[in-house]
Every structure is written in structure tokens, then in C-alpha cells.
Design a protein around this ligand. Structure first.
Ligand SMILES: [Fe+2]
Length: 183
């Protein structure tokens, strides 16, 4: 038995029924897994700042960062399970996150509260931009696929964070639903 056959046999129990072609599963999973890694990295950075924030606004900032951290963490399971749903495999470890994350860590001994907020603001903006960019790249391909079938696809409601995430996930579902007709 060669190495390719052995690897395929090991992964067989993870096979998930999907209408996607293997290259589509691979591409979509890679895009989603990079986002999961970013959300985990930003979650931990936000908790790091939640734990280490100091100064006169401690209570407000401490609570704000906890709330933000909860929201970031909540996205990880939704996206990772979507990867499995379309037949891909997702993140397996902290090391896997570290290999994929595009959010930079901040291991400094001390960060001022305002620097923490400024850094998180930039990280969140960059993550939202990556989410939008990934969505638009994939969405454009889907729009072309739909139009070739004479179907006018639904529009993206806004660039709000949660709207973007839900439309991105809807895109993954639609892609799967229509792939059989388009292929
Ligand atoms: Fe806490």
C-alpha cells in the first residue's frame, strides 16, 4: 500500500457527503480555516488584555474586553463546523492556529490600556477586511455561476461584522447546494 492510499484510508471515517468538488472543498476550507485561526488568535489576545489591563478605567475595559472575547470565541465553532459540513477538516491544535494565523501576538510585559484598545481596533478592522475580501472573492465566483444559470443571487446586506459572517456562511451553503448544477 503506498502512502497516498494509506493517508486516504486513515481519513475515510471523516468523509462527509458533499456536492462540492474536491478542489472547491479544499479552497473553501483553507479560506475558512485561516479565518478560524485569526479568530482564535484575536480571542486570546483580547483575553490577554482583559487579564492584564490596568489603571483608572480597569473595570470598564476589563468587562468590555471580556464581552468582545466572548463574541470572537463564539465565531470559531460556527466556522470550524462549517468546514466539516462541506467535507473539509479543520484546526486540530494551538500549533495549527499558529501556522495559519495572520493576527500578530503581543507578548509584551506591559501594554498601556489605550495601546491595547488601539491595537485591538486595528486587528479587528484588519480581520473584518479579510473577511470581506475573502467573501467578495468567493462571492464574485458564485455570482457568475448563478448568473450563468439565469439566477440572480441574493445581495450581501452590509459590511457589518456579523452580517458579513452570516452572508459568508450562507455563501458556503449556497455554493454546496448549487455545485451539482454548476459543475
Ligand atoms: Fe475574566
Amino acid at each position: 500500500m503506498n502512502a497516498t492510499v494509506a493517508a486516504a484510508r486513515r481519513k475515510a471515517p471523516l468523509d462527509t457527503p458533499t456536492g462540492l468538488r474536491s478542489d472547491a472543498t479544499r479552497d473553501i476550507s483553507a479560506a475558512l480555516n485561516a479565518l478560524v485561526a485569526d479568530f482564535f488568535a484575536l480571542y486570546l489576545k483580547t483575553k490577554n488584555f482583559h487579564w492584564h489591563v490596568s489603571g483608572p478605567h480597569f473595570r470598564d475595559y476589563h468587562l468590555l474586553l471580556d464581552e468582545q472575547g466572548d463574541q470572537l470565541f463564539a465565531t470559531t465553532d460556527v466556522i470550524a463546523e462549517r468546514v466539516r459540513k462541506i467535507g473539509g477538516t479543520t484546526l486540530r491544535s494551538v500549533g495549527h492556529i499558529a501556522r495559519l494565523q495572520r493576527v500578530s501576538d503581543n507578548d509584551a510585559d506591559y501594554v498601556t490600556p489605550l495601546d491595547m484598545l488601539a491595537e485591538l481596533r486595528e486587528d479587528n478592522l484588519r480581520l473584518a477586511a479579510r473577511l470581506r475580501e475573502t467573501h467578495e472573492q468567493r462571492w464574485d465566483g458564485l455570482v457568475r455561476d448563478f448568473r450563468s444559470l439565469g439566477i440572480e443571487p441574493v445581495s450581501v446586506p452590509s459590511h457589518d461584522y456579523s452580517d458579513m459572517l452570516s452572508s459568508f456562511l450562507r455563501w458556503a451553503d449556497l455554493r454546496q447546494m448549487w455545485r451539482g448544477a454548476i459543475a
